[in-house]
Design a protein around this ligand. Structure first.
Ligand code: HEC
Length: 272
């Protein structure tokens, strides 16, 4: 699709969506209600996640308490705030969820292919709305960084590479709709239906976004994490499913997290 035609489509989409009958104040009230953290059902999922994390599991029957998220084996406090980062043992940049998967494989003896089966991880996406252990554990680990500032790894060559790859993917138009992430997320004030679209180049916007994942998604009744959001937006672009924890998904998250550097984590978020 030509660039002009593409922007026309997006403008038409946003035009359609903005011209509706819903007044902004009612949306604000809805959002304010969602922001009451003590009432966030995600806290229950996080507690469950902690139980799963500490429980013995897998062929080796051990817990994940020795998992190293970058600050040393078993150190959870502040670890999520510094992800994604490069890990020597796996020789790759990992985000929260891909690191969790690595620990489930290396410590507990699970098979990677079994864990990252999307249907299992996202538990029937639209029908049976339940969190999987993996999602709940990810939320639990992330929660131990609540209130801390985002500072992902960005000095190691592979970290720089992941961030650059992520930005490249962000701008790359592909698929039958010829969308890039940038089509929807690189300008202020865009929206689809009632949802304002985050501009990844507006630091206030992207900080507000990245500091509130993992998040309780009201429309899903479960806690979702960044890997799920990448899958969801890829799906919105009508692309084939992006593999859970793949280099591509990690790179996108590395880029977005870098853009949000300095923002203060406020987890779990609560979103539509
Ligand atoms: C066709 C438009 C469109 C495209 C293309 C698109 N997204 Fe999205 N994105 C959305 C919508 C709609 C939402 C949900 C907004 C809401 O519910 O408030 C969203 C939400 C997000 C969020 C979470 C925002 C928040 O407030 O927490 C992130 C991060 C994101 N997208 C990243 C991406 C990335 C990365 C890509 C490319 C792989 C992408 N998006 C492609 C429409 C799009």
């Amino acid at each position: 699709m030509k660039k002009s035609l593409l922007s026309l489509t997006v403008v038409a989409l946003s035009g359609l969506m903005t011209g509706n009958a819903f007044a902004e104040p009612s949306v604000d009230a809805y959002r304010a209600q969602l922001a009451d953290k003590d009432a966030n059902p995600g806290l229950i999922i996080i507690e469950e996640g902690g139980d799963y994390f500490k429980a013995k599991a897998g062929p080796k029957n051990v817990s994940l308490e020795k998992c190293d998220f970058g600050l040393g084996a078993g150190v959870l406090k502040g670890a999520y705030a510094q992800l994604p980062r490069y890990f020597k043992d796996t020789d790759r940049v990992e985000d929260l969820e891909s690191r969790l998967v690595s620990c489930m494989v290396n410590l507990q003896g699970f098979k990677r292919e079994e864990i990252i089966d999307r249907k299992k991880i996202f538990a029937n996406q639209r029908k049976k709305q339940e969190n999987t252990r993996l999602e709940a554990m990810a939320a639990y680990v992330a929660y131990q960084s609540d209130g801390m500032k985002i500072k992902p790894g960005s000095t190691h060559a592979k970290e720089k590479e992941a961030i650059a790859l992520g930005e490249g993917l962000f701008w790359r138009r592909h698929g039958t709709m010829d969308f890039s992430c940038a089509s929807c997320h690189s300008e202020d004030g865009k929206r689809v239906r009632l949802q304002p679209l985050v501009n990844a180049y507006n630091s206030h916007d992207i900080q507000a976004t990245m500091t509130t994942w993992p998040t309780y998604r009201v429309s899903h009744n479960v806690v979702r994490n960044n890997q799920h959001r990448m899958w969801d937006c890829n799906w919105q672009m009508r692309l084939p499913d992006i593999e859970y924890g793949s280099d591509a998904a990690v790179a996108l998250i590395a880029f977005l997290t870098k853009q949000a550097e300095g923002g203060t984590l406020n987890i779990p978020g609560m979103k539509r």
